[in-house]
Design a protein around this ligand. Sequence first.
Ligand SMILES: Nc1ncnc2c1ncn2[C@@H]1O[C@H](COP(=O)(O)OP(=O)(O)O)[C@@H](O)[C@H]1O
Ligand SMILES: O=P(O)(O)OC[C@H]1O[C@](O)(COP(=O)(O)O)[C@@H](O)[C@@H]1O
Ligand SMILES: [Mg+2]
Length: 462
Amino acid sequence: MTLYLDDLRVRRLGECRYDSPFSEMLSTKQTSPHYVSEGDRVLLEDTVSMLAEHDLPPGRVPSFEAAGPRRKIYFDPDRVTAGIVTCGGLCPGLNNVIRGLVQELTVHYRVKRILGFRNGLKGLTAEHRNDTVELTFDRVRDIHNVGGTILGSSRGGQDADEMVDSLVMRGVDIMFVIGGDGGMRAATFLSDAIKARGLDIAVVGVPKTIDNDLPFTDQSFGFQSAFARATDFISSVSVEAAASPNGVGIVKLMGRHSGFIASYAALAANGADIVLVPEIPFALGGPDGLLAHVEKHVRAKGFVVIVVAEGAGQDLIEKHGLPQHNGRGTDASGNVKLGNIGEFLKEAINAHLTAVGLAPTMRYLDPSYAIRSIAANAYDAVYCLRLAHAAVHAAMAGRTEVAVARWRRRFVHVPLSLMTSRRNQVDPDGDLWMSVLETTCQPAQFGTAAGREAVRPAAFSA
Ligand SMILES: Nc1ncnc2c1ncn2[C@@H]1O[C@H](COP(=O)(O)OP(=O)(O)O)[C@@H](O)[C@H]1O
Ligand SMILES: O=P(O)(O)OC[C@H]1O[C@](O)(COP(=O)(O)O)[C@@H](O)[C@@H]1O
Ligand SMILES: [Mg+2]
């Protein structure tokens, strides 16, 4: 998808007429290596070759509006009501973002009314719209020390017009939606419905995903805390596998369509022999298949450690798996329910090693919720706070249909629709995956493309 400057422009509700509380601080600021002034923009691309491909004058190259405070703002803080909602799966740092939004709104902009809608976007339905929490700084002061979200979250679709009715009835001028791809999509529908009615309500998204699968953001908040926690489980199975006869350690980590957690956790633990991600299909059987590779490790050093992302190898489960491992349908938000690749591998490897006379000791861990329910670490705490600052500045300056993100280390405004225009995935040709291959020494692929189709592993032969 080629993006042009106009695709990256952010919608504004109108002219900014009020002095911002930051106007004095900003009066002498200009772009420097560590600051982007409000009149400047941040490049979408960052290599000479990519820029050269466009062959455009500097003012036309694709670029994002920089996030941050403006000298003039759109909303009169005295008359603003802000709303906050968290939706979708949990992720470390949700409470930090809520706290940061409330702190910035109340301390600097002196906004007096902030409503927390409960249990995700369900909280904006007619049935639940009056069941809100008044968010004051006192109420949120200590919430960043715990995981989860004080507002609750949920999955499942809602009617956009009903949600707009709720915002109107509760007098909300600015709505902050902290959510993943589903939440960003819902925020886009909400913005569309607001625009169709000609209402003066800003919608600002704070992208949240433990899977790190949202585009136009270097890494999503909470991701670092989550993969750091995941390394503990890799270490545990490594210790167990190494101490057991023919030990096989398997850790299944979250990552529905993107193997970032598995890749980063494996790099951090630096103890995995094999990493399997949804982006790179693999074959089980055959001389260069996964099972042969596992066997090689067990024969050579007595054990093997495998890190697998939950979305990996779904084609194999469909084809060779036992019915209890299959995925079934979709969840309330329309996300596919995946087959259990961890259990599938456990049985396939157990059967294979037993068949070749290496009866294994299997050590399997599925820490899923244990890694996403924790509090944010120090790095993510800072990141969440800065995203919250950016979101409040964007909203007060009348930006709408926008998400705040960190792109190439700068905080920027990304049009909401772009956040769901593609999925961030581990690039098999990218340098992250190269690092995984360098670290694990696993082959670039298990089985040839043709082999992946044709080879049926012995363990699952009819
Ligand atoms: N296609 C959709 N249409 C309308 N609303 C959606 C859609 N997908 C998701 N949503 C809304 O976004 C919320 C969160 O989506 P979900 O996929 O569960 O999590 P996430 O935001 O983490 O990806 C859902 O509760 C629902 O309200
Ligand atoms: O059991 P739940 O709540 O549906 O969550 C499971 C899924 O949530 C995820 O963490 C991602 O969810 P989000 O898109 O909501 O961030 C996946 O990795 C995982 O498959
Ligand atoms: Mg999602």
